[in-house]
Design a protein around this ligand. Structure first.
Ligand code: DON
Length: 598
């Protein structure tokens, strides 16, 4: 799918006309929830409560993260998961920071061109594609990631089985379907309907699940009970592994018992950067997100954003120009650091970033195609000719405990309800993370992201991610815990929360709720949230040469009614430096989100 400026504009006309039919949604500012000891902010109230209960009983942030993460796999099947993977950043009260990488890996049978059809183009959504069905999944990492985090950084006051229990109970006894979850099932009907177990479990064989009804998941409860009894390796070597491998073998999938047995979550060294005296600690590759946020902050630092104001056209212009420059690099230089050399230091070099900003013009947009081909130090391959091409689901939760330990966890099935496949006999929904690889250099993926050869499919590799769980420190003390879903828009969401707090001095609730923009180099245009920019700001940006599109999401879902859905929710906690209170800001872009503290 390529889209030039006129394609973008045509789509814009369509989207705006949908928008005119909808009443503007209320944008009430929710104040942050204050708590003295611990705080959990997640996309789903029940899961936040599960984590807060663990904290209250003396568990630390990592214990609570495991319980919350598993509970979300039951009550928020859209993105919460044990069939996917993600990243957990951990800050320990003694000052250490750790990054747990439990990203999915490509199965041994994966190959460079596996998602190309006979015509050499990426296969359309459906059997054999990277976006849907049995061959779209990477080997899931969530259970291994939670287990590693717990073993090394948990309080050891709780056994693994105890932390699995709230999720098992929710699966066995059922939870109340919310209006939002019911709407997600409706929107993603086509993802789930082709797979018998998904259709039966999630769509009630086509009758659909209605808001208010009780949804129990006995197969998932039984899987969680096995994990309680036999421990987390059961997922990779026990009956659950056998069921996954059997289902795959019978349906032309790629994951085998050996793939599951070989899966390992790993620890990585977090990235560290500074912004106006604050320290920012974030996720390294295989996520691009942390590098992008640090690059963008460094490009912004020479400018007086406070003076530009939070919502001026000058400020949005600057943001968009910084985003476009960082995202060009994403398309070229990033891949799994265990397989390719990612020039992280070169990309973060202030001199390199200053050169990237040399042609920044406050009065005029720089077309994406006019950005100079400047390679960072440490990059020795030729830049691929990333074709000028166009170019959802994930969830993030943040936790702080009484002692000052914290977790920023973002994990995903990639698309909403992942590949659509539920493994028979397990209740486990599988990811479609293989779409985060480059199916073909220069061809956009589901999020419209153009990627390069450095992120090609290969056995055992982790696909490039944008997930950006992040900590910000003020005077070396933990200040912000944040992160978001939203594919390529994730780093930009995190960036804007940080800028809102540091430059615009916004209270955390406002910082989270303030409208955000998105630019990802290609397609060359600014996406802005419904009613997020005033008409005169839009016009002023157009006057600088930007193409603008009001959109409710950054993936192909943008046809969803504008009033219904906003991605890129940033579940954030601020620790008030004066009072030490934990201020939990649940992003109202997700209606079931809740900050629960004590
Ligand atoms: O890892 C990534 O960057 C993507 N798989 C994330 C997908 C996502 O955020 C979808 N959410 N809205």
């Amino acid at each position: 799918m390529t889209m030039d400026a006129s394609g973008f504009t045509k789509k814009l006309v369509g989207i705006v006309s949908i928008g005119l039919l909808c009443a503007p949604p209320a944008r009430a500012q929710r104040t942050a929830v204050e708590a003295e000891h611990g705080m959990v902010v997640s996309v789903y109230d029940v899961a936040s409560q599960v984590g807060a209960d663990v904290l209250k009983k003396g568990g630390n942030a990592v214990d609570a993260a495991v319980a919350t993460g598993l509970a979300l796999a039951v009550v928020y099947p859209y993105a919460g998961n044990i069939g996917g993977g993600g990243f957990m950043m951990i800050h320990l009260a003694d000052g250490r920071d750790v990054a747990i990488d439990y990203r999915e890996t490509a199965p041994a049978a994966a190959s460079h061109d596996m998602y190309l059809g006979k015509n050499g183009k990426p296969l359309p959504r459906g059997p054999g594609s990277s976006t849907q069905g049995w061959s779209a999944s990477g080997v899931p990492g969530s259970v291994a990631g939670f287990a590693l985090a717990l073993e090394k950084y948990g309080s050891h006051k709780f056994a693994w089985a105890e932390l699995v229990e709230p999720a098992r109970r929710l699966a066995a006894d059922g939870h109340v379907v919310t209006a939002f979850n019911a709407s997600r099932l409706l929107v993603r009907n086509e993802t789930l309907a082709p797979y018998a177990d998904s259709k039966r479990i999630f769509l009630k064989d086509g009758a659909l699940r209605k808001a208010g009804e009780i949804f129990s998941q006995p197969e998932l409860a039984a899987t969680l009970a096995r994990l309680q009894k036999d421990g987390p390796r059961e997922f990779y070597e026990g009956e659950t592994a056998r069921l996954i491998a059997d289902g795959m073998a019978k349906n032309g999938g790629t994951i085998t018992l050996a793939d599951l047995k070989n899966y390992r979550a790993v620890e990585r060294t977090p990235l560290h950067g500074t912004y106006r005296g604050y320290d920012v600690v974030t996720m390294p590759p295989p996520s691009s997100g942390g590098v992008l946020v640090l690059e963008m902050l460094a490009m912004l630092e020479p400018f007086d954003l406070a003076k530009l104001g939070p919502n001026s056209s000058a400020k949005y212009h600057l943001l968009a120009e910084v985003m476009r420059r960082a995202f060009r690099g994403r398309a070229i230089y990033f891949g799994d650091p265990d397989f390719v050399k990612v020039p992280v230091a070169g990309l973060l070099d202030r001199g390199y970033l200053a050169t990237l900003m040399k042609n920044f013009d406050p009065a005029k947009a720089t077309p994406s195609t006019a950005l100079p081909d400047l390679a960072p130090a440490g990059w020795d391959a030729a830049a691929p000719k990333a074709a000028a091409a166009q170019s959802q689901d994930t969830t993030h939760f943040s936790i702080v405990d009484a002692a000052g330990n914290a977790v920023a966890n973002t994990y995903t099935l990639n698309g909403g309800f992942g590949s659509g496949v539920t493994i028979p006999g397990t209740g486990i929904l599988m990811n479609n993370e293989m779409d985060d690889f480059t199916a073909k250099p220069g061809s956009p993926n589901f999020f419209g992201l153009v990627q390069g050869e450095a992120n090609a499919v290969a056995p055992g590799r982790r696909p490039l991610s944008s997930m950006t769980p992040t900590f910000v420190f003020k005077d070396r003390r933990l200040f912000l815990v944040t992160g978001a879903p939203g594919g390529g828009s994730i780093p930009n969401g995190v960036l804007q929360v940080i800028v809102n707090v540091i430059d615009h001095d916004m209270p955390v609730g406002f910082a989270v709720e303030a409208p955000r923009i998105h630019h990802q180099w290609l397609p060359d245009g600014i996406g802005y949230e419904p009613y997020g920019l005033s008409v005169d700001v839009v016009e002023a940006l157009r006057g600088r040469g930007h193409i603008l599109e009001m959109r409710n999401t950054y993936g192909p879902e943008k046809k969803v009614p504008l009033s219904e859905y906003y991605p890129n929710d940033t579940m954030t906690i601020m620790i008030d430096p004066k009072t030490n209170l934990r201020l939990g800001a649940a992003d109202p872009r997700k209606p079931d989100a809740k900050a629960v503290g004590y």
